[in-house]
Design a binder for this molecule. Sequence first.
Ligand SMILES: NC(=O)c1ccc[n+]([C@@H]2O[C@H](COP(=O)([O-])OP(=O)(O)OC[C@H]3O[C@@H](n4cnc5c(N)ncnc54)[C@H](OP(=O)(O)O)[C@@H]3O)[C@@H](O)[C@H]2O)c1
Length: 337
Amino acid sequence: MQRNSISVYIQGIGSVGKNFLTILVDEGKLISERTGMDIVVGGASDRTGSVIFSKPVDPADLLKAKLSGNILSLGREATSREMTENEGGILVDMSSASRDGSRELQMYLSAMKNGMDVVTANKSPLANHWKEIMDNASERTRTVLYEATVAGGVPLFSLLGHSCGPSVVNKFTGIVSLTANFVLKQMREGKTFMDAVAEAQKRGIAETDFRDDTDGLDGARKTVILANALFGKNMTLKDIKTSGVSESTDVNGMDRYRLITEITRSGNEVHAFSGLRDLDEGDYLLSLGEMSLGYEVNTSRNGRLRIHSVSDGPGETAAAVMNDVMLLAREKFQGKC
Ligand SMILES: NC(=O)c1ccc[n+]([C@@H]2O[C@H](COP(=O)([O-])OP(=O)(O)OC[C@H]3O[C@@H](n4cnc5c(N)ncnc54)[C@H](OP(=O)(O)O)[C@@H]3O)[C@@H](O)[C@H]2O)c1
């Protein structure tokens, strides 16, 4: 019997992308059973270029090719534009964030124009161009899913969207960025800033270009996405001030400081904050460990919810990306029945 399949076109095979492929290798059968669809890799890009596969490629072979530094030998070398010209497929963006999100914006618009949906772990396009991307998706009846952009593997948008239907979110407080808080803790324990960053990179939680995380830009991007997705705003990065951790941070007396996001609704106003905050003793966020991400939300009908992971990293983020792909695959499968 011929099986239904859906093709994914992968942008970026770094820490998250490699974990995404590993999940596909290890859990391909379970994913097919749960969605009714086989997930097929139709193409992939990294900094060296893009490759399109005319025949389904084994994700284990793609992983091997990436580890040996040459994905282009596996198929036909393609332009990045061709990655967005695959009707019915999913563009899966796990690439490094560009500063203003415009490279990714052009890719998403082109993909949606050509009948593709988008799943992204990359915050920059959404933090810089939320309205344009979402308006475009709605005009073209396409879907953009972004669970992995905020709080790694901790369920957030899907959970609140699917399980708290009649509620409005009135307040969100969370630790949604791992690196800055991890570095801060390591510095409090006596490491230099650069040694703390090196440790974060060793554990796979800090990106190669770590300044976005430590300077607080990453937290600000997440705050914009949260304000837009949960509070119905149309913010961009210009609306958020950033603060973070650097070589010059004096960590004395900073035991209860954390880099947090806080968004509050007050009447028609929404106030969004991203940065270092001296938390009150007993604050829920102080109970989270150095590898934890988590949040508290006050909802109008579902009460006050606290959700956190015990540890988080690229593996958990990749699982969140895969879950978004599975949601789209299941939707497509049900649409066909
Ligand atoms: N790490 C996490 O836990 C985490 C959590 C949430 C969200 N994210 C987001 O997920 C994305 C990936 O994170 P990561 O940790 O996997 O980063 P990473 O290890 O630095 O990997 C980035 C990947 O993107 C590729 N890339 C860079 N520019 C590209 C371009 N113009 N076109 C195509 N590919 C390009 C790189 O290619 P090369 O391999 O050739 O260098 C690399 O494969 C980032 O946007 C990050 O902010 C990460």
